[in-house]
Write a new protein. Structure first.
Length: 350
């Protein structure tokens, strides 16, 4: 009897264990099914949107030009006896460039000097006689007129004679010589090209819609393609008042300093004109924008979920863009992971 009771007790205990195990298996299965159907949150990085300053800048290409570019021509004909500075050499204003044979004019100059000296001596003698009241005023006036005519003749001959010694009208560098010693040059023929590159002009064409933002004296950052590592600052020197009828653009000239003389005329430069400064713009990185079927979107994080916003853009500055509608100050803009989310998805801010 005692053995039967022990057997029934063990059998009941076994049944209780089996029932408990079955319940645990069902609970575990339910938990596994719930975890399998739940979507994991996507890790993202956010940026809090706040008003910032942005510069509306337009970049325009232009061509560099020498501050002064002069072609010196011969004012008299003759054979070239001597050439001074050569190509690539620097000259100062007034330096002698070449000598032209003007021996015939030299004889005429000496004759004119003698004539003037004779007329001047005669005038001085008559002036003393007139002061002593020995001659009449008419004789003194006649002598003064002769002296003046002789001085005029002398000055004309001097000018013609000095044409045989052309000098540099500016300080600069001899860029090209057109003549050689010993050759004959005629009046009006070029002698040399002289350029002054201590300063450089950059000519750009500004569209009619932007010309109102450009003012004389305005500071302009400049980038020369040949020297991309060098940041230069210039200033607007001239703004055209009349548009080019073919392109409807206005010529604007900005000037930069060139102390090393390594920026040469004919190079390509890019000039930045600041059209306006927006002090309270809402900005987003360009890469944060997503194109969905031609519609510009950004994603913001709100209450642990991604929310899509259709936006309109304004000024682009570097890698930032102004958002004119679709964002508000304080929004949590998703800037990393935004390409992996959709509207309403759970996100986890990292």
């Amino acid at each position: 009897m005692q053995t039967r009771r022990s057997f029934l007790f063990l059998l009941g205990l076994l049944l209780i264990c089996l029932l408990a195990s079955a319940c645990e298996d069902k609970a575990g299965l339910a938990t596994t099914e719930t975890d399998a159907t739940r979507t994991p949150a996507i890790p993202v990085s956010i940026k809090t949107v706040k008003p910032e300053t942005v510069h509306d800048i337009i970049f325009l290409p232009g061509t560099t030009e020498a501050w002064q570019d002069v072609q010196v021509a011969a004012d008299t004909a003759g054979r070239i006896e001597w050439i001074g500075p050569r190509e690539g050499e620097r000259v100062n204003k007034g330096d002698l460039l070449i000598k032209i044979d003007v021996s015939a004019l030299k004889a005429a100059l000496e004759h004119a000097e003698a004539q003037f000296q004779l007329a001047d001596d005669l005038y001085q003698r008559r002036r003393r006689l007139y002061e002593r009241k020995i001659i009449a005023k008419e004789e003194l006036d006649q002598s003064a007129t002769q002296r003046k005519l002789a001085a005029t003749d002398l000055e004309q001959i001097k000018v013609k004679y000095n044409h045989g010694f052309p000098r540099s009208p500016i300080s600069g560098i001899i860029n090209h010589l057109y003549v050689d010693a010993g050759e004959f040059i005629d009046t009006g023929k070029p002698i040399a090209d002289i350029v002054n590159v201590d300063r450089i002009k950059i000519n750009v064409r500004v569209p009619e819609l932007d010309i109102r933002y450009v003012l004389q004296g305005q500071k302009t950052p400049v980038q020369i393609d040949a020297f991309p590592e060098r940041a230069l600052n210039g200033a607007v020197d001239f703004v055209a008042f009349k548009a080019d009828p073919a392109t409807k653009t206005f010529l604007v000239r900005t000037v930069i300093e060139n102390p090393l003389a390594d920026i040469r005329p004919g190079m390509i430069g890019r000039v930045a004109f600041v059209r306006r400064i927006i002090a309270d713009a809402l900005l987003a990185p360009l890469f944060a924008l997503v194109d969905k079927g031609g519609e510009r979107l950004v994603f913001v994080e709100k209450d642990g979920a991604a929310q899509s916003r259709t936006v309109s853009i304004g000024v682009i500055e570097g890698d930032r863009v102004q958002i004119t509608s679709g964002l508000n100050p304080g929004d949590h803009l998703i800037v990393k992971g935004h390409t992996e989310v959709e509207d309403g998805m759970k996100v986890s801010v990292q």
